[in-house]
Design a protein around this ligand. Structure first.
Ligand SMILES: [Zn+2]
Length: 325
């Protein structure tokens, strides 16, 4: 779980190099990837280059789901759900006139879901997350079998998704809460804005969002023991990858393995990845660069850094970032 631009693609790719693990990408997006058929603007592909149904890992797992539940996921990708992603696509198909209740539910859906983990826990009983989690766990087991893996790394990132899984999954779940220094995180998000003004306002919005998202994640993890979740700082992962992953594998209950060898190293016998729904760099990640992206030190002015520091205080301290501000 993480805010976007925190380095989750790097983390996932490295975790997936463990001999017993496999990365599935952002599993919550699978329905949407199936929906984006050949001919769509962005065709939904597995990182092996195939459509999920044609992929040697996802194909058999999806076929088994279709057989067990009598669904056709190629024809109706949202008929068997694992998350709320794609509600808009579904909604466009059934307009407000035909389905006003669906419209209301979609409009207030996120709020409705947050309230379940806040003041109105009874809402959890009437919402479909349990079923989505059950479906996701079922498919996780099937792809793990298909890829001969013991551990599935799901990079879906959404805080609510994460809490649903902790709450309802009948599989051992471990949460890695990935954080990144707000300045680096903000810069990574806004650096592509061409105009200075857009960059500035974008930077402030991104810093405010850094507080909102990381704060929500912490809140949703409140009360769960340290054996269920751990915080990982992007900066530590880049500065001391070997030690960081040893600690991480200890937390995950896996044997230690060196996942940081360059791919050219003959000892680095990494398996191919089959990830759906995620960052596009996964298609070109033949070699992984573990060096930290420190572009913000040149890109942000001192005034911008101070502004960001003001916005993210005091949460930055709680997450272990104050000493570097
Ligand atoms: Zn594949």
């Amino acid at each position: 779980v993480a805010r976007g631009h925190s380095g989750s693609t790097l983390l996932t790719s490295l975790l997936a190099r463990h001999p017993q693990a496999m990365a599935v990408g952002e599993m919550a997006n699978l329905g949407l990837q199936l929906y984006r058929k050949t001919g769509a603007r962005w065709v939904g592909l597995c990182s092996c280059g195939e459509r999920p149904h044609d992929c040697p890992v996802w194909g058999p797992a999806l076929a088994e789901v279709e057989r067990r539940h009598s669904v056709d996921l190629d024809e109706k990708p949202f008929s068997w759900r694992m998350s709320d992603i794609g509600l808009e696509e579904e909604y466009r198909q059934s307009s407000i006139y035909r389905a006003p209740l669906v419209w209301i539910r979609n409009r207030y859906w996120r709020l409705f879901r947050y309230l379940q983990y806040g003041p109105f826990p009874f809402l959890g009983r009437i919402s479909p997350q349990r079923e989505w989690v059950r479906n996701r766990v079922e498919l996780m087991k099937l792809v793990a079998e298909s890829a001969n893996a013991r551990i599935v790394v799901d990079a879906s990132k959404d805080p609510l998704d994460m809490r649903d899984l902790l709450e309802y999954a009948d599989l051992p779940m471990k949460v890695v809460f990935l954080t990144r220094d707000a300045r680096g995180n903000v810069w990574s998000e806004v650096k592509n804005s061409k105009q200075e003004a857009a960059r500035k306002s974008g930077g402030i919005a991104a810093a405010e969002n850094w507080v909102r998202v990381n704060g929500r994640i912490l809140k949703l993890l409140e009360g769960y023991p340290g054996s269920d979740w751990t915080q990982l700082r992007y900066e530590d992962m880049c500065a001391e990858p070997k030690q960081t992953f040893e600690k991480l594998f200890d937390f995950l209950g896996l044997e230690r393995a060196d996942v940081t060898l360059p791919t050219l190293d003959p000892n680095a016998n990494y398996k191919p990845e089959h990830t759906v729904g995620g960052n596009k760099i996964r298609f070109t990640s033949a070699g992984i660069n573990i060096r930290p992206d420190t572009g913000w030190t040149k890109g942000l002015t001192d005034a911008e850094c101070r502004r960001i520091a003001d916005i993210v205080s005091p949460l930055d301290e709680k997450l272990g970032y104050r000493e570097s501000v």
